[in-house]
Design a protein around this ligand. Sequence first.
Ligand code: URA
Length: 206
Amino acid sequence: MGLGPVWVRRQDPAPAAMDWDALEDRIRACTRCGLCNGRKHAVPGVGDRAARWLFVGEGPGRNEDMQGEPFVGPAGKLLDNMLRALTLSRGQDTYIANIVKCRPVGSDGKDRPPSPDEVGACMPYLQRQIALIQPQVIVALGKTAAVALLGLPADTALAGLRGEPRAFDGIPLVITYHPAYLLRQPADKAKTWRDLCLAKSIIDAG
Ligand code: URA
């Protein structure tokens, strides 16, 4: 007599064990926090999966949620110009990701920064992306990315974090202003260029 069916609950592997396809599928199906409820598209990231440069923003906005690609709105145009100034482009030695993969939207319908819980729920995905890419430098675009990668309180001032390279999991981390901030404060573009030159000097030395 047979033993009958044995139901084995198939355990999904943790993000830390996933390859790119499994990771992106998991991100697109993710329900780890409430941001999944309103999303049109999760936005895993875009670019060269063997890039030396990894740029990390905050999270998708309205345009990115609609298109499923990071930095496609006005801030994205400025990021593309910054890449061009470094003789880079989307997909060419460059990967672009965000701290959270789904759009944080406030009760007023506007984009908002992710909460610490939302950041915590999403970080395993970025950690796996970083482990797969193994970039030579990570550029944190803005305070949300900087404090999430450094594990600092959300109210830490960005200005004090710039200037010196830091590290995430042993990878040099350069912190600069978010392109959306630079659209409002173009005078700080010169400081951003200095930060990008610092990141380039790390690449050139590597
Ligand atoms: N701002 C971000 O931080 N990320 C995006 O993808 C778009 C705007």
